[in-house]
Design a protein around this ligand. Structure first.
Ligand code: AMP
Length: 189
């Protein structure tokens, strides 16, 4: 099963993706985590990406598509993947379709986690406090910018998947377990 988990920053994509991984034997591919690993490893890509991430902007489609394409070619992805943080633009969504087509597979579901903006700020503040501000982009200023980018560049991916009949939305304002249950129902439907 190939799934995209979709939503604004702070919606709980990573948390829910981990739960799905445990239940469905798929591999979680988080582009944000991959970029943070590149930063931690001090690679050239990581150094470039850090500036972009700290500014709340998007890393280029070309870099992100290459990163996901290389990762999806690895053996452990054969059973299915849950994409968390990708695609973030319509161009990435189109590239993902082409990538999956080439492998003779397709996307099964796109799950959107809906959370209102006030809650997103509260969650990011909480995450920053809990992790000791481990993520330098978890600040109110950067989140404001990340949300602008989400509405301008990423939200247009929703109608793209709606037209394909793949999009299902869940209420992300509920407790984590309730959100997981709603996602389970979507995946089983
Ligand atoms: P995340 O951990 O998913 O919130 O991602 C953190 C940051 O990494 C984003 O704000 C972007 O700067 C960058 N990023 C992650 N995934 C992508 C992507 N698919 N396209 C472009 N930039 C991305």
């Amino acid at each position: 099963m190939n799934i995209v988990i979709f939503g604004p920053p702070g919606a709980g994509k990573g948390t829910q993706a981990q739960i799905i991984v445990d239940e469905r034997c798929v591999v979680q591919l988080s582009t944000g985590d991959m970029l943070r690993s590149a930063i931690a490893a001090g690679t050239e890509l990581g150094m470039k990406a850090k500036q972009i991430m700290d500014a709340g902007q998007l890393v280029s489609d070309e870099i992100m598509v290459r990163m996901i394409s290389e990762r999806m070619a690895e053996d452990d992805c054969a059973n299915g993947v849950i994409l968390d943080g990708f695609p973030r633009t319509v161009a990435q969504a189109e590239a993902l379709d082409a990538m999956l087509n080439e492998r003779g597979v397709s996307l099964d579901k796109v799950i959107e986690i809906q959370v209102d903006e006030v809650a997103l700020f509260a969650r990011i503040e909480k995450r920053a406090a809990e992790t000791g501000a481990a993520r330098s982009d978890d600040t109110a200023d950067v989140l404001t910018q990340r949300l602008k980018v989400y509405y301008a560049n990423t939200a247009p991916v929703l109608p793209y998947y709606q037209e394909k009949g793949l999009l299902m939305s869940v209420d992300g304002m509920q407790a984590v377990e309730k959100v997981s249950e709603a996602i389970r129902q979507c995946l089983d439907s």
